[in-house]
Write a protein that binds this ligand. Structure first.
Ligand SMILES: Cc1cc2nc3c(=O)[nH]c(=O)nc-3n(C[C@H](O)[C@H](O)[C@H](O)COP(=O)(O)OP(=O)(O)OC[C@H]3O[C@@H](n4cnc5c(N)ncnc54)[C@H](O)[C@@H]3O)c2cc1C
Length: 471
C-alpha cells in the first residue's frame, strides 16, 4: 500500500483510489495521445474535500491535476504521478433562482443533466456546447463555445459567481466584476492553472418549446461568409451551426502521392425557437440569404434540439472510432484571412480524415466575450475552424505533420488555437498564444498557486515573482 494512502483517505469523505484500482479511463483522456499514471485518484464529495486534498498535496509536495469528463486531448485531465482530482463526483445541482434566472451547480455537473433538470422550468444555460456529456467546470475552464455563442459569448462569459479553491488551499468566492475579479478571470478559460472551481453560478435564459431549423447549403466560402454577417446581425436567429462537407472527386497528387480529394460544401443550419401555434415566417427569415440550396426544414422540440449531437456521437462510438487518437486542430480565425486559410487547407484535405470526426466551421462574434484567457483574434466577426479527425494509432505519425502544418499556418494568418485539442507548442508559441496576457496569467499563477501545484505539464507558466499580481 502507498505510504500516504491512509493519511489522505482519512482526511476525506470522498473516495481515494490507488493504481491497482484504476481503470484505463484514469490514464488518458479523449485525445488518447498521452498515457500517464497518477499516484492517487481522488473523487471529492464536497468543497471541503477539495480544500483538504490541496492542503495534503502541498504538505507532501504532490501535484494536483483536475479533470471533469476528460474530453480534452493534450496533457489535460491526466496526472503523471500526482493526484488526479476527478470532479465528476461533485455533481449536485444546487439552488435555482427563477427571479434572477441563475442556477448554482457543483463544478462536476454534466451539462446534459443540468439541461434535463431545468427543462420543467423552461430554462436553459445561455450557451451549450455541442457535446453535453462534459462538465460545467471543464468547459468553463476551457471557454465553452456553442451554437448560441454568436449572441452570448462563451460559457465562461455566462458565469455569475464561483467558489474556488486556490493552489494554496484557500476558499474564495469571486465574480466577473467584484474585488476578486482577477481570480475569477484567471479561472475562466484558465485550464485549472490557478484554482479549482467547486460551485458555479450560471446565467440562464427562458427557451420556447419548439425549434425550426433551416438546412441551407453553400458551395462557396465567400458567399457563406457574406450571409453569415447578415445572420449574426439579425436578432431573430437563436442558434447557428455549420460544417465543411466533402463531395469526393477521385484521387490527385498531393506532396508526390496520389490521394483522394473533394469538392467542399458548407452546410449551414439556422435555428429559431418558437411557441406552439406561432411558427416562424420562413420567407421573411430567409429573405436576402443566397444559399446554393435550401435542403430541408426541421421542426423539433427545443429540448431535442439541445441534444441533437447525441446520435452523431453514438455513431462514432458504434463505429469504434471513439477509441481512436483524437488530435483535433481547432482555431479561431480573423474574418479577413479566414476564407484564404480555409480554401488552402481544404483543397488538399483527404475526405478520409472525416471518418469518426468532422470539419468544423463556426462564424462567431468576438465582441460577445469578455474572457481574458479565451484567446481570439481582434475584430467583431471571427470564424472558428477545426479539423476533428479520429485516427487509428498506427497512422498517427503519418497524419501528425499535416495537422502541425495546419496549426502553424493558421497562427501565421492571425488565428488563435482552441486549447482543448492537440497542442504541441514551443515555449515561444505559448507566449505568442497568450500575447500580452502571458505576464498577467503568470502573475495570477504565482499569486494563487505559488508552489506550481496545479495541472502541470501543459501550459509552461513560469511562477517568477516579478510578474506577481500584475494586471
Ligand atoms: C465530442 C466532443 C465535442 C466537443 N464539442 C465542443 C463544443 O461544442 N464547444 C466547445 O467549446 N468545446 C467542445 N469540445 C471540447 C470540450 O468541451 C473541452 O475539452 C472541455 O474542456 C471538456 O470538458 P471536460 O469536463 O471533459 O473537462 P476536462 O477535459 O476534464 O478538463 C478540461 C480542463 O479543465 C480543467 N478543469 C476541469 N474541471 C475543473 C474545475 N472544476 N476547476 C478548474 N479547472 C477544471 C482541467 O484541469 C483541464 O485543464 C468537445 C469535445 C469533444 C470530445
Amino acid at each position: 500500500m502507498d505510504r500516504l494512502y491512509p493519511a489522505l483517505e482519512q482526511k476525506l469523505d470522498g473516495v481515494v483510489l490507488t493504481p491497482e484500482q484504476f481503470t484505463s479511463d484514469h490514464l488518458t483522456n479523449y485525445g488518447q495521445i498521452f498515457h500517464w499514471t497518477p499516484r492517487f485518484v481522488v473523487r471529492p464529495s464536497s468543497h471541503e474535500d477539495v480544500v483538504e486534498t490541496i492542503r495534503f498535496a502541498r504538505e507532501h509536495r504532490l501535484f494536483v491535476s483536475t479533470r471533469g469528463a476528460a474530453h480534452s486531448q493534450s496533457e489535460l485531465g491526466i496526472s503523471n504521478g500526482g493526484i488526479l482530482l476527478d470532479m465528476k463526483s461533485m455533481d449536485m445541482v444546487l439552488a435555482l433562482d427563477e427571479q434572477n434566472l441563475t442556477v448554482d451547480v457543483e463544478a462536476g455537473v454534466v451539462w446534459r443533466d443540468l439541461v434535463h433538470h431545468l427543462k420543467r422550468h423552461a430554462l436553459v444555460p445561455r450557451v451549450l456546447t455541442n457535446n453535453l456529456g462534459v462538465t460545467v467546470g471543464g468547459t468553463v475552464s476551457m471557454a465553452g463555445i456553442g451554437v448560441a455563442s454568436f449572441k452570448y459569448g462563451s460559457q465562461g462569459d455566462n458565469v455569475v459567481e464561483m467558489d474556488v479553491v486556490t493552489g494554496e488551499g484557500e476558499t474564495v468566492t469571486c465574480g466577473p466584476d467584484g474585488p476578486e475579479k482577477d481570480l475569477f478571470w484567471s479561472v475562466v478559460a484558465g485550464l485549472g492553472q490557478v484554482a479549482i472551481a467547486t460551485r458555479i453560478r450560471l446565467q440562464l435564459r427562458r427557451f420556447k418549446p419548439m425549434t425550426r431549423t433551416y438546412y441551407l447549403l453553400y458551395d462557396d466560402i465567400h458567399r457563406f461568409m457574406t450571409d453569415s454577417e447578415k445572420i449574426m446581425d439579425d436578432p431573430r436567429w437563436d442558434h447557428i451551426e455549420s460544417w465543411s462537407s466533402p463531395c469526393p472527386q477521385g484521387v490527385k497528387p498531393v506532396d508526390g502521392k496520389r490521394q483522394p480529394f473533394a469538392k467542399w460544401f458548407f452546410p449551414y443550419h439556422l435555428t429559431v425557437e418558437y411557441d406552439h401555434g406561432s411558427p416562424p415566417d420562413d420567407a421573411a427569415l430567409l429573405d436576402g440569404l443566397t444559399p446554393y440550396d435550401n435542403l430541408y426544414t426541421d421542426d423539433t422540440p427545443t429540448i431535442d434540439f439541445f441534444e441533437r449531437m447525441i446520435p452523431v456521437f453514438e455513431l462514432w462510438k458504434k463505429a469504434g472510432t471513439w477509441e481512436f487518437i483524437h488530435p483535433w486542430m481547432e482555431c479561431v480565425l480573423p474574418w479577413e484571412t479566414a476564407a484564404t486559410y480555409i480554401e488552402n487547407v481544404l483543397v488538399d484535405l483527404s475526405p478520409g480524415m472525416l471518418i469518426g470526426g468532422h470539419i468544423l466551421l463556426w462564424p462567431a462574434k468576438g465582441t460577445t466575450s469578455r474572457s481574458r484567457l479565451f484567446m481570439r483574434p481582434d475584430g467583431e466577426n471571427l470564424i472558428g475552424f477545426g479539423i476533428l479527425p479520429a485516427i487509428p494509432q498506427k497512422y498517427w505519425e503519418q497524419v501528425r505533420p499535416m495537422l502541425d502544418n495546419a496549426s502553424r499556418l493558421c497562427i501565421a494568418m492571425g488565428a488563435k488555437r482552441y486549447l482543448s485539442g492537440y497542442i504541441d507548442f514551443t515555449m515561444e508559441e505559448w507566449r505568442e498564444h497568450y500575447g500580452d496576457k502571458w505576464d498577467w496569467f503568470a502573475g495570477c499563477k504565482h499569486r494563487w498557486d505559488p508552489d506550481g501545484l496545479l495541472n502541470p505539464g501543459f501550459v509552461p507558466l513560469p511562477t517568477a515573482p516579478d510578474t506577481a499580481g500584475k494586471g
